[in-house]
Design a protein around this ligand. Structure first.
Ligand SMILES: [Zn+2]
Length: 257
């Protein structure tokens, strides 16, 4: 049994054919999901999906490229949303300097604001960090995000930085790039970091694993990621899958069983 800890069933590309996406996932023994919001609308939709799908929970948050027009009211709304019983994390939040729709200052404000909410409600964080390794770490350290910890989603940093993140109570989402021939850094992280800090995710509809690159991604491809983790670690695939479920249970304080 597999879990997809970061799936955008709230994205219209997947949502419009939800039945088919879920059917394919179940056929591949992927039957646990965390749907991750990235703006207000998709956060509400994540909660709606969590209520509708078995073994499905929601994470709510405003992604760094989406926060431009958000006001205090919107953050208050997030705080209320986050108290829904189906919500188990705040995210995806963080920094993204690949796109330039928002400034560094705007991103920092939004990120810190949402870390505060996570700490106040005692929910772990799901972190998005693109072209922003050091600043993401610095902000999490400075704000004492260690209190809640969470997951570095689709982690693309080094093993040495990963070891620092572990001290801050963070874990690592392993995704499609681990299967790429040029996915050297994610393979290294899997090799160097204890299995107890790793979880599986697709980030679908993005980041499709090998050998399906170019096609739309879906939770059905989780076994390819778990298989690659098993290969790198010299473990049995069922054993890796079981470890990941234990990790998820620990990270989300037993809210996810
Ligand atoms: Zn995502």
């Amino acid at each position: 049994m597999f879990i997809d800890t970061h799936v955008h069933l709230n994205n219209k590309d997947l949502n419009l054919k939800l039945d088919e996406v879920l059917k394919d996932a179940y056929l591949n023994k992927v039957n646990k999901f965390i749907v991750v919001g990235y703006d207000k609308e998709t956060s509400y939709l994540a909660i709606e999906l969590a209520n509708k799908i078995d073994n499905c929970y929601a994470s709510v948050g405003y992604h760094p490229t989406e926060i431009k027009d958000y006001t205090e009211e919107d953050y208050k709304e997030l705080e209320i949303m986050a108290q829904n019983e189906k919500v188990i994390a705040i995210g995806e939040v963080g920094y993204d300097f690949h796109w330039d729709t928002t400034t560094k200052e705007e991103q920092e404000y939004a990120f810190k604001k949402q870390i505060e909410i996570a700490k106040k409600i005692k929910l772990p964080l799901i972190i998005h960090s693109r072209d922003a390794h050091q600043i993401t770490f610095d902000t999490l350290k400075e704000t004492n995000a260690k209190e809640v910890g969470g997951i570095m989603h689709s982690y693309s940093g080094s093993s040495s930085l990963a070891k620092e993140y572990i001290k801050l109570n963070f874990n690592f989402g392993i995704s499609g790039p681990v299967t790429f021939k040029n996915g050297k850094s994610m393979k290294e992280v899997v090799n160097d970091i204890d299995i107890k800090y790793l979880v599986s995710e697709t980030d679908s509809p993005y980041l499709t694993p090998h050998p399906h690159r170019g096609e739309e991604n879906g939770p059905k491809y989780i076994p390819l990621i778990v298989e690659e983790i098993a290969r790198i670690k010299g473990m049995d695939i069922d054993d890796v899958a079981k470890n990941i479920l234990d990790n998820v249970n620990r990270i989300f304080g037993g809210k996810y069983e």
